[in-house]
Ligand binder design. Structure first.
Ligand code: C5P
Length: 234
């Protein structure tokens, strides 16, 4: 495997676009530069969930960022439905009941569960406002251990916490980091951000990048630059 192939597999492009047609156009523009796509809430509710199967058929990997969270029975049944879609990753919120229910729901399916620890758009003040007693660092660590105990394969976290979580959990847990911005890039609503090379150096397995690619004047060139930065950091 070349460095560029390995680097390409580490980049997950968030197709945060309003419709399947827009997402398809973006995937066509990105072409071979990108091999892994994330379908999140905007696209899923915009009728884009069916695109997952098309992308998978065309040889791409798909991350369904559906952030499941409900009573256990509902989460288990929803996870069982998603398990049949052929995705590589599925997100659930990192509540112990929710994670255990999702684990049971996906059964023997190869889809890997990723637990959303603390949104990368949150800082300590946002957690306090929402009624949490713990700050970001401590809540991420608590939820990371709970995810591991629930048999979840990976975590969504900011690259700022990646190194500490790798030390806490060992090599088995996948660390997937959104909140990626190139040096000097517009951070928009994100608060815990890091550059691609620093995120890889901190131990991230995959980087989720949305607007820095999809809203770039030349999305393909932006993706090429990020893959090159990842390759340089490996
Ligand atoms: O455009 P941007 O690169 O900020 O997109 C980040 C993507 O990662 C979005 O699709 C967002 O929903 C997702 N995400 C995140 N923080 C989390 C979990 C998911 O930004 N904690």
């Amino acid at each position: 495997m070349t460095d560029i192939t390995a680097a390409r597999d580490k980049l997950i492009v968030a197709l945060d676009l309003p419709s399947a047609a827009d997402a398809e156009k973006m995937a066509a523009r990105l072409g071979d530069t990108v091999g892994f796509y994330k379908i999140g809430l905007e696209l899923a509710y915009g009728g884009g969930l069916g695109l997952a199967g098309d992308l998978i058929k065309s040889g791409k990997k798909v991350f369904l960022d559906l952030k499941l969270h409900d009573i256990g029975n509902t989460v288990a049944r929803a996870a069982a439905q998603v398990a049949g879609l052929g995705a590589t990753f599925l997100t659930v919120h990192a509540y112990p009941q929710t994670m255990r229910a999702a684990r049971q729901g996906v059964g023997a399916s190869p889809v890997k569960l990723l637990a959303v620890t603390v949104m990368t758009s949150y800082d300590n003040a946002d957690l306090a406002e929402a009624g949490f007693a713990l700050g970001v660092k401590d809540l991420v660590a608590k939820r990371a251990l709970q995810a591991q105990a629930a048999g979840v394969e990976g975590l969504i976290l900011s690259a700022e916490e990646a190194q500490a979580m790798r030390a806490l959990l060992g090599p088995g847990m996948l660390l997937v980091t959104p909140g990626i911005r190139q040096a000097g890039g517009d951070i928009a609503d994100q608060k815990r951000v890091m550059t691609p090379s620093r995120a890889i150096a901190a131990g991230a397995d995959h980087l989720v990048v949305g607007r820095p690619i999809t809203q770039a004047p030349d999305p393909r060139a932006a993706a090429v630059a990020i893959v090159a930065e990842i390759a340089g950091a490996q």
